[in-house]
Write a protein that binds this ligand. Structure first.
Ligand code: C2E
Ligand code: MG
Ligand code: MG
Ligand code: MG
Length: 285
């Protein structure tokens, strides 16, 4: 009986796995064509000074304008890009486009680019970043690379060398989605990036009890000890903003301020902000 049950489960399972593999292979093929046809575009979401409210930088978030399926979010294609190695090509495109966009903005704000841990594995990342800076003319301190905790889970010599070479370029590094992975305090201290971005799940849970608030306070103290800046992501309402200000977070990001927007909207927003600093009578009429 047990045997037949297993055999049965196996038969049901295998075609499903085959279909998932076929679907991923098809997606990868479409992604290759999409890269040639410039179907991948960036949106930008402002990152704001918690006190003062000024725009510090924009995070670049990739989208795929798929010819049949419409605009796809990164969760729908980044995993396949990582599994297939296409992430090197896609990630490089994102770096080039993000640096070029930032260099064209009318205010010298920063740009944050998300990196997959896979991109650290071929030993060419620092060279690619240097090329993107050179091609765009963007000052290195305006580029912020967002990495995830999994990068430091078991850092290989190549990963360690890439981090050192990136720091030598003068770019910033942010630990993204902090608190959701498996960072060791030892590695956090050893690599001492510029920023900790506290994951949206904490922001979401703030309302549900004092425990989450206390954990966020602890992270902020830890960051201060390591002289890292802090960002609270996923801020969707005023209560969360008030918390961020009270607890001394450096920066905030979320739908409460703005959703990710296209490059034209970035320029309009920067222009509006610049106008907002004019004397009031100039804005009237
Ligand atoms: P992330 O780096 O943590 O980016 C923040 C995500 O949260 C974005 O989703 C953003 O649209 C969303 N978000 C921002 N504010 C709010 C808010 O107030 N509420 C809610 N509910 N969501 C908010 P998105 O664009 O779908 O990106 C998802 C993830 O995909 C990113 O998470 C990042 O890990 C990855 N990703 C995005 N672009 C790239 C890329 O160019 N390369 C790589 N390797 N990964 C990328
Ligand atoms: Mg990010
Ligand atoms: Mg994040
Ligand atoms: Mg996140």
């Amino acid at each position: 009986r047990a045997k037949s049950r297993y055999a049965n489960a196996f038969e049901i399972y295998r075609p499903e796995m085959r279909r998932a593999k076929d679907a991923e292979a098809e997606l990868v093929g479409e992604m290759k064509r999409g890269l040639d046809r410039n179907e991948f575009v960036l949106q930008f979401q402002p990152i704001i000074a918690a006190r003062g409210g000024g725009i510090r930088s924009f995070e670049a978030l990739v989208r795929w304008n798929h010819p049949r399926r419409g605009q796809l979010a990164p969760a729908e294609f980044i995993p396949a890009a990582e599994n297939s190695g296409l992430i090197f090509h896609l990630g490089n495109r994102v770096l080039l486009d993000a640096c070029a966009a930032a260099a064209s903005w009318t205010a010298p704000v920063g740009v944050a680019v998300n990196l997959s841990p896979i991109q650290f594995q071929d030993g060419q990342l620092a060279m690619r970043v240097r090329e993107a800076l050179e091609a765009s003319g963007l000052a290195p301190h305006r580029l912020d690379l967002e990495v995830t905790e999994s990068l430091l889970l078991d850092p290989t010599p190549t990963v360690i060398r890439m981090i050192a070479e990136l720091r030598a370029l003068g770019v910033k590094i942010t630990m993204d989605d902090f608190g959701t992975g498996f960072s060791s305090l030892g590695n956090l201290r050893r690599f001492r990036f510029d920023r900790l971005k506290i994951d949206r799940s904490f922001t979401e849970e703030l309302a549900s009890g004092e425990e989450t608030a206390e954990i966020v306070r602890t992270i902020v103290r830890l960051a201060a000890t390591l002289r890292m800046e802090t960002v609270l992501e996923g801020v969707e309402n005023e209560r969360q903003e008030v918390f961020a200000k009270l607890e001394g977070l450096d920066e905030v990001q979320g739908f409460f301020y703005a959703k990710p927007m296209n490059g034209d909207a970035v320029n309009r927003l920067l222009a509006e902000r610049a106008e907002g600093t004019r004397p009031a009578d100039e804005n009237a009429a």
